[in-house]
Design a protein around this ligand. Structure first.
Ligand code: NAI
Ligand code: X15
Length: 335
């Protein structure tokens, strides 16, 4: 069977990781990546063997810099079965007309609104909803992390209400324009933050309220969760349930911070030191007056990457069973 042809439009933090994750799967391949500028990431992409496409007015600049442009973004889209749009939030929506004109499927990221795609995706929670769809949005890193714990709890015990405070990294490690900041910023000040409504775009029946602040760190986000459930359970029941989730990692062994989790990612030999799973502090899982509390850390640069691979598989109907797709993606990535 021929492999599904995947194009990456926007080769930044998320795009370059999705490209590498697709490359290690046996049922899909990267036919090109699009980059606006001939910077170091474009050179690395070229060195890795990806065909580098660019905007029509940037072809000369790319060639002059020493990266042979394979063509324009339109040329790339014409060759693809599915485009993973990883351009910055708000830019992706402008590309929808291009994808529609070319008759190509597209995936957007969490920086875009739900309405753009009409289907918001988390592999564990609603894989089947994306089967055969032309447009899908993989929800944001924080929303992905929330869905991964709320969904199994809801399946097992019924979730009555979720309250979550998100302590967000202020910028990615390479983002010299936005951070790090020297402040704690309520963001947004007007409540709720977008994360609760975003969880509802995947799991509409979940009652959830979220607040968020930005902190002077670039490594990871950290969530404090408080969940009321319909059925009684113990902290040990919850720990056992989380331990069964392939994209949730229970952490302990002296790890007391996001810095040590990032070190663990490097020690595990993960590409770029990535931590694809939610990291739940086992010792934090507590039942108090019948309500669940715990801390989890989310590696914003990488947790959505396996979800993008599963979204491609669902949209292209390469696999109808979400659990099988998740297992296949995980195995190929080394998760
Ligand atoms: N960085 C993060 O922590 C996460 C980001 N996301 C979402 O993923 C999306 C991408 O974010 P990042 O990878 O962080 O952005 P980024 O800024 O690291 O990368 C975006 C890339 O797109 C390129 N680009 C800009 N305009 C373009 C255009 N018109 N055509 C083609 N390429 C263009 C940029 O040059 C850059 O290489 C956003 O929707 C964001 O909200 C989702 C989860 C986590
Ligand atoms: O998807 C993310 O976060 P979010 O779930 O808080 O929107 C990424 O960390 C990007 O967030 P940013 O908008 O702070 O760059």
């Amino acid at each position: 069977m021929s492999k599904v042809k995947v194009a990456i439009n926007g080769y930044g933090t998320i795009g370059k990781r999705v490209a590498d994750a697709v490359t290690v799967q046996d049922d899909m391949e990267i036919i090109g990546i699009a980059k606006t500028r001939p910077n170091y990431e474009a050179f690395v992409a070229h060195d890795k063997g990806y065909d580098v496409y660019t905007l029509a007015d940037k072809v000369d600049a790319m060639n002059k810099a020493g990266i042979p442009a394979a063509g324009t973004v339109d040329d790339m889209i014409a060759k693809a079965d599915v485009v993973v749009d990883c351009t910055p939030g708000g830019i992706g929506e402008k590309n929808k007309a291009l994808y529609e004109k070319a008759g190509v499927k597209a995936i957007w990221q969490g920086g875009e609104d739900h309405e753009l795609a009409g289907c918001s995706f988390n592999a564990e929670a609603n894989y089947t909803e994306a089967l055969g769809k032309d447009f899908v949005r993989v929800v944001s890193c924080n929303t992905t992390g929330l869905c991964r714990v709320i969904y199994p709890l809801d399946q097992e015990y019924g979730v009555k209400k979720v309250r979550v405070t998100l302590m967000r990294r202020s910028a990615d490690p390479n983002d010299v324009k936005n951070g790090p900041i020297n402040a704690i910023v309520p963001n947004p000040i007007k409540l709720p933050s977008h994360h609760g409504p975003d969880v509802k775009s995947v799991l509409p029946h979940i009652n959830i309220a979220s607040t968020a602040v930005k902190l002077p760190t670039t490594l990871m986000h950290l969530h404090t969760l408080n969940i009321e459930m319909e059925k009684e359970c113990t902290a040990d029941d919850v720990k056992a349930l989380f331990a069964k989730q392939s994209r949730v990692r229970m952490i302990g062994q002296g790890i007391g911070s996001t810095a040590e989790i990032m070190e663990l990612g490097k020690d595990l030999g993960r590409p770029r030191g990535d931590m694809w799973e939610n990291c739940v502090w086992e010792d934090s899982v507590t039942m108090y007056e019948g309500e669940l509390y715990f801390f989890q850390a989310i590696h914003q640069e990488s947790d959505v990457i396996p979800e993008n691979v599963d979204a491609i598989r669902a949209m292209m109907e390469l696999e109808t069973d979400g659990a099988k797709s998740i297992a296949k993606t995980n195995k190929a990535m080394g998760l």
